[in-house]
Write a protein that binds this ligand. Structure first.
Ligand code: DLL
Length: 442
């Protein structure tokens, strides 16, 4: 049996691009932006109309400082031009098409040219190096394969990286564990909640994590907290990294966290980030919470300039101890539309998660139910008991419920009711997990 190799080593995939000075990068991206505006104006009727409507000519954008002259784009670019109206090259020239479902209605359809696929591979190679993947590693990919970018993105990146892709996709958790045990992959890619589900199942089956060769993992596609990262690292004995991205801009690989902490390095030479005030759209300085906006300055198939992700975070333009100079964002708090307004107080599921996961008497699985009773918002949070750390008396049940409730009041300002439920009784997901059931407006 091969046993886990403990030495963790990461490196920088592209020294030149990832460590260039911010001034050099601004210069480079400025040139790319200037070309991209012209390219989109000439090849995308919907974009030309947008610029014409505000009287902006492509020549007005001369460098990065002019980016704020450009209008914002959002998902309506996709819905209004469905399916292929955002394609800047003919469909015949696309090497691949991906799509994300979105919460309502039509899919956001994104075509990738040959160069786009290469770019995507390169961006993910940067993430692999950051997360300590080694050449020759076997990579267990449990993101869904198909239109979702989570499966095929890392799959093709393995080819460029010189790693062996194991395209397990989602489902059949016991089968996944068998592969982890018998084929001994060194790295894993999946959503953090699915990783936890795999770990729970392994524990139930009596599988000892130290018999696996897993050393590191790239987790993302949904908001998760540092507490969840710690659980994955401690229970599985691996290093966990946060990979970020969205279909409209690329897919996974827009950014990734490094070994120095939880901030996510953004590959800003290709995906220029801005943080803007959700109300006014004005760019915000480093350290302020706002919406994350991207300009994909080198994409050919479906380029987007100033695309508002509605993901909320903060940005920092300081050099990281790892040597990279790329700007870093904080873990995503959630999308602006994930925000729950409870009796006028704004709360994100990630705030609730950070409290719950600190309590060892419960499992890291919870669901949030919101309802309006007699015109008053009521929140019930169901959390699973962790039988291993729980003494099974009514008194201790109440004690744990009260202690989580009290901490939630101080962290979030809302007064939820905690309901402890049996271990294993809440739904699990193989992909992105939906944790909130809001029945107020039904
Ligand atoms: O989720 C791409 C992806 C696949 C990223 C695999 C990472 C790993 P979409 O389905 O288009 O694409 O969803 C994008 O998911 O705007 C965020 O709200 C959320 N998201 C993605 N990565 C993270 C992350 C993929 N690391 C949307 N942390 C984004 C928090 C994330 N949220």
């Amino acid at each position: 049996m091969i046993t886990k190799e403990n030495s963790f080593e990461s490196y920088i995939w592209d020294e030149k691009k990832e460590t260039m000075s911010e001034d050099e990068r601004r210069e480079l991206v400025g040139k790319r932006l200037k070309n991209q505006v012209k390219y989109m104006y000439n090849n995308l009727p919907y974009y030309r109309e947008k610029l014409d409507a505000i009287g902006l000519e492509p020549g007005d954008v001369k460098g990065i400082k002019d980016i704020t002259k450009l209008p914002f784009l959002d998902k309506t670019a996709f819905t209004e031009n469905y399916p292929f109206g955002t394609f800047a090259v003919p469909r015949e020239k696309m090497e691949r098409i991906h799509a994300s479902s979105g919460t309502t209605g039509k899919k956001k359809v994104v075509g990738f040219t040959h160069n786009d696929v290469k770019l995507w591979q390169e961006m993910l190679c940067r993430c692999f190096a950051m997360a300590g993947f080694k050449k020759g590693d076997a990579v267990h990919i449990s993101y869904g394969y198909g239109l979702f970018t989570g499966g095929l993105g890392p799959h093709y990146a393995c080819e460029m990286y010189g790693a062996t892709a194991i395209p397990v996709s989602t489902g059949n958790t016991a089968g996944q564990i068998q592969i982890l045990q018998e084929w001994q992959p060194n790295a894993i890619c999946c959503t953090p909640t699915y990783m936890l589900h795999i770990i729970d199942t392994m524990e139930k089956m009596g599988v000892d994590p130290s018999t696996l060769a897993l050393r590191t993992g790239l987790f993302g596609a949904e908001p998760w907290t540092v507490e969840m990262k710690k659980q994955i690292e401690d229970r599985l004995g691996i290093r966990a990294f946060d990979v970020y991205g969205l279909t409209e801009v690329l897919g996974p690989g827009v950014g990734c966290s490094c070994e120095c902490g939880d901030l996510i390095h953004i590959n800003s030479d290709h995906f220029w980030p801005e943080i803007v005030d959700p109300e006014t759209g004005k760019p915000l300085p480093d350290g302020e919470l706002g919406e994350l906006v991207f300009s994909s300055v080198t994409k050919e198939g479906v380029p987007m300039l100033r695309y508002n992700t509605h993901d909320l975070t903060r940005i920092y333009h300081t050099k990281c101890a790892c040597g990279r100079t790329t700007p870093r964002i904080e873990k995503i708090t959630g999308r602006a539309d994930d925000m729950m307004i409870i009796r006028g107080v704004n709360v994100f599921p990630t705030q609730i998660e950070s409290v719950i996961l600190k309590h060892k008497e419960v499992n890291p699985h919870y669901m949030i139910f919101i309802d309006r009773v007699n015109n008053i918002d009521q929140v019930v949070i169901k959390v699973e008991i962790n039988p291993a750390n729980f003494s099974d008396t009514m008194k201790s049940l109440e004690k744990v419920e009260k202690s989580i409730e009290a901490e939630l009041v101080s962290v979030t300002g809302i007064h939820p009711k905690i309901q402890l439920v049996e271990s294993g009784s809440l739904p699990r997901s193989e992909g992105k997990l939906k944790r909130v059931v809001d029945s107020r407006f039904k």
